[in-house]
Design a protein around this ligand. Structure first.
Ligand SMILES: [Zn+2]
Length: 654
């Protein structure tokens, strides 16, 4: 029995979450998290609450204290900036005293918002000019332009052209009835904002209705996410000259060149420049839609998208409108505490330096060495999976092995670049060599990711904490926690999307056609299994197609991590001790900690949003779906064949 303080503490945490009335083989999620759910009420300012949020709350308090420390001479310049940004965000008195003035001054600079103007005329209106102006503020309505690694030539950056994101959380929100409460809440938000900025109410109602009608049409011509998982299909490389030929209604060269040659970017673009059109079906239909839409509506819509982003930094009257909208869309009934918002803001804009403060305050260097060992063991376990499957041919198998041995410990460097650079900085990348040390997550994030074009896995310091990891935890808990996360990210390199990229991160079919077919059949099993789960909070089925990548990653991870743990035990030649007050074997604790990482409660609106827009299954089904497929789990808990947690039919990709 382990009786150290850390063991006592974690035993109590595990015990407090379990619902002992539920049998593990009947519903392992309810068993592991039943009491957690009863004890943790979703805060009024949140749409859902999970183990992840508990960790993030602790991280926020650490960041708050650091940002509130007095500025000193020793602070580096970005640290001073972060503290200043934080303080200005907290200064609500000043924000209130300015009222609508910041927006009143800003809107004319971008050409005015027709709904506010008695004299707007479409005579001088040029859509291209408006889009160019909005791009400077990182707003991309109608056309999304960005710079990113060329998926087929990963040493170079290239321009990507894509369909835009929308004002509501996702495309499917626009497919409801026209008078659906969520759509009406969105329209009403626009009407209220316009009115508050001085619009005539009747004009605002008509204009914003036309605008939402138009946005619904944009949603309708956009390609749904289910059809955007095949990278080969999305990758349509062409020159700007060809683009202009395909869609002659728009001045592409003028548009792209005006953005790229601006003083902050200074890159000249000619018609020979290559660009990847990521959504031809959208652009095929866009221009006839634009031609059939009054210019007033186009101008109202594009300007609305930027106004909508700006209102959150204004006073309470505007934030109340936002809250009204959030109530309907997310079920939240209060704003977050101001300091939390401001920590979030400082972290999103100056994440690198704020993260550095966090790492200095809370990160144990020993964790880094420990993590490297864990990753090494997980890789060995995954190699075993690659070599024991009977559906890959020898040459694909060999190439697959090479894919995951290419990168080493560079992910652990906590010196990273700002993740949220200005849009100019992002676009300037076009002519720069690829920076492989750049992260796309802040160090304080309680999260991790896999990048297909870099073929790398990244674990920010934020996730190297309980319940995922603690240096004094039983290894069973660490393998069930962070080990699962590592295995998940490794497996992403081999899910339905990741498998399309080779070991250098290049988009290329490196599997034989036969192997691809077997993979698809195996993935189909996962699609159907998860697609049959009903999320009862939303009364909707999980989208098996959109979540398949994440589900495949979870399933590969549980097998790998358990195997890696058992390998570790066999090397130690000794089973780990039990925890005080808990009658569970270390193997059982592995699965319990895995499940408890996913304890969560969701409001109805959050459940709807997850199902309609998310790529992850809700926590409950990440636990149930994964463990239903795991023979290791069934054996560890002695689940009879055909019990809910041990169905006869099991899906296995990796
Ligand atoms: Zn994932």
């Amino acid at each position: 029995m382990c009786t150290t303080t850390d063991c006592v503490r974690v035993a109590s945490r595990i015990h407090d979450a379990i619902d002992y009335k539920v049998k593990p083989c009947d519903n392992f999620y309810e068993f592991a998290c039943g009491t957690w759910k009863k004890k943790n009420v979703i805060p009024e300012d949140k749409s859902a609450y999970s183990s992840f949020d508990l960790v993030a709350d602790d991280v926020n308090v650490i960041l708050k204290n650091a940002l509130e420390d007095k500025e000193t001479e020793a602070d580096i310049e970005p640290a001073k900036k972060a503290k200043r940004l934080y303080r200005s965000c907290l200064d609500t008195e000043k924000i209130e005293s300015l009222g609508t003035k910041p927006l009143d001054d800003f809107i004319p600079k971008i050409g005015g918002w027709p709904v506010l103007m008695s004299s707007w005329s479409d005579a001088g209106f040029d859509l291209k000019d408006l889009l160019v102006t909005l791009a400077k503020y990182n707003n991309w309505p109608l056309i999304s332009l960005s710079v990113y690694t060329d998926m087929k030539n990963v040493d170079k950056n290239i321009l990507y052209l894509d369909q835009p994101s929308l004002g509501m959380p996702g495309q499917k929100y626009y497919f409801k009835e026209r008078n659906d409460t969520m759509i009406m809440a969105y329209e009403n938000l626009a009407v209220q904002v316009a009115t508050m900025l001085g619009a005539d109410k009747t004009v605002a109602e008509q204009d914003m209705k036309d605008m939402v009608d138009f946005e619904i049409l944009i949603a309708n011509i956009s390609v749904p996410s289910e059809e955007r998982r095949d990278s080969e299909k999305l990758y349509n490389k062409m020159t700007i000259a060809q683009l202009a030929q395909n869609y002659s209604e728009f001045d592409w060269l003028g548009y792209i060149n005006s953005i790229m040659s601006s003083p902050k970017i200074q890159i000249d673009i000619t018609e020979d420049e290559e660009i990847i059109n990521y959504s031809p079906p959208y652009f095929d239909k866009l221009f006839s839609l634009l031609n059939n839409t009054p210019k007033r509506t186009l101008a109202n819509y594009c300007t609305w998208r930027i106004v909508r982003h700006r209102i959150s930094s204004l006073g309470k009257a505007f934030r109340d409108l936002n809250l009204e909208y959030s109530k309907v869309l997310y079920g939240t009934s209060t704003e977050s505490a101001r300091w939390k918002k401001c920590v979030g803001k400082a972290n999103s804009i100056l994440g690198k330096v704020v993260g550095k403060i966090f790492v200095g305050e809370a990160f144990d260097e020993a964790a880094k060495a420990d993590m490297l060992k864990l990753i090494g063991n997980l890789k060995v376990a995954f190699e075993g999976q690659l070599f024991s499957n009977d559906w890959m041919d020898e040459s694909t198998r060999k190439a697959a092995k090479e894919k995951y041995t290419i990168t080493e410990d560079e992910y652990f460097s906590n010196i990273i670049n700002f993740i949220q650079e200005s849009v100019a900085e992002d676009l300037r990348e076009l002519r720069k060599p690829i920076d492989k040390t750049k992260w796309s997550m802040v160090p304080s994030a309680v999260n991790a990711y896999y990048s297909s074009t870099r073929n790398e896995i990244v674990f920010p310091a934020g996730i190297l904490q309980p319940p995922f990891y603690h240096k004094n935890y039983l290894k069973a808990l660490n393998y069930g926690g962070i080990g699962m996360v590592i295995g998940h990210e490794i497996t992403h390199g081999f899910d339905d999307q990741g498998r399309q990229y080779d070991k250098t991160g290049s988009l290329r079919q490196w599997w034989s056609d036969d192997v691809v077919e077997v993979f698809k059949t195996r993935a189909q099993c996962v699609i159907e299994q998860y697609g049959n789960f009903t999320v009862k909070e939303a009364d909707l089925q999980i989208n098996g197609i959109n979540t398949q990548g994440e589900n495949i990653a979870d399933n590969g991870a549980i097998t790998q991590s358990f195997k890696a743990y058992r390998h570790w035990v066999s090397q130690e030649r000794n089973e780990e001790p039990k925890l005080p007050g808990l009658d569970f074997s270390p193997n059982q604790l592995f699965f319990i900690n895995f499940a408890q990482v996913w304890c969560n409660s969701m409001r109805k609106q959050s459940a709807i949003s997850r199902v309609l827009t998310g790529v992850h299954s809700p926590g409950k089904f990440r636990v149930i779906g994964t463990l239903q497929n795991s023979p290791d789990f069934a054996k560890t808990f002695g689940c009879p064949v055909s019990s809910y947690m041990n169905p006869e039919k099991k899906c296995k990709v990796w």
